[in-house]
Ligand binder design. Structure first.
Ligand SMILES: [Ca+2]
Ligand SMILES: [Ca+2]
Ligand SMILES: [Ca+2]
Length: 222
């Protein structure tokens, strides 16, 4: 089941609806509330595939975990190799209940020599978006975006994992905002990012559910 709880309008960029799901046992796409571009670090197309879903299981082709690739390929990230540029991903006010088990990057078509390059690791978790990593704001150590070692040409788009841990090792976010700093040498060929993990029922929804049960109980007693 998928419910749209709310959407938040960000200053610079696209908005997303936050999806909460009742079945916390299944790995699923974690949809951020928003991704915001600062200083023209263009990341607008990180989360623009409508209806993207993830399926657990063993597949020989990693793309098969996902129902879709981006119909609009070659979008890339402009200015992503400029260390003075920033962007951030907002995981919403319920960020503390999210657990990430996998992070995937979707690569647009490439030739082998274009495949060379480094992933983007200059990221940190923050509780504000002032582009400064404050004391106590943890660096992201679990994954680097676009870090898969690609060696062969590809005429199609490829979903490849940047991190993949067992469900029991799924990790919490270090803050509401994932701050992304441009990085020299970053290839910028990511066409989409997918965070996969668990989104427990928000406390507010649990209270509403409990309230409904209490109401039903009273009616039955009456
Ligand atoms: Ca995209
Ligand atoms: Ca901070
Ligand atoms: Ca800060």
């Amino acid at each position: 089941m998928k419910r749209t709880l709310f959407g938040i309008t960000a200053a610079v960029t696209m908005t997303f609806s936050f999806a909460a799901h009742s079945n916390a046992a299944m790995l699923e796409i974690i949809e951020p509330v928003a991704v915001v571009e600062l200083d023209y670090f263009k990341t607008t197309y990180m989360f623009d595939i409508d209806g993207l879903t993830y399926t657990e299981g063993t597949f020989t082709e990693p793309n098969d975990h996902f129902n879709l690739v981006d119909p609009n390929q070659h979008q890339g990230w402009s200015q992503a190799n400029n260390g003075t540029r920033y962007s951030y991903v907002d995981f919403g006010e319920d960020w503390e209940s999210i657990r990430i088990a996998e992070v995937w990057s979707l690569y647009r078509p490439f030739t082998a020599n274009q495949a060379e390059g480094v992933g983007l690791s200059s990221m940190w978790w923050d509780d504000d978006t002032d582009k400064i990593q404050d004391v106590g704001d943890p660096s992201v150590t679990e994954f680097a975006l676009g870090s898969y070692d690609l060696v062969n040409n590809s005429s199609g788009q490829l979903w490849r994992p940047d991190v993949k841990v067992p469900a029991i090792d799924a990790f919490a976010l270090g803050g509401r905002y994932l701050m992304i700093n441009g990085q020299s040498g970053f290839h910028g060929r990511i066409n989409e990012i997918a965070f996969v993990g668990f989104v427990p029922e928000p406390a507010s929804m649990v209270l509403i559910s409990l309230g409904s049960i209490a109401l039903l109980s009273r009616r039955r007693l009456a």
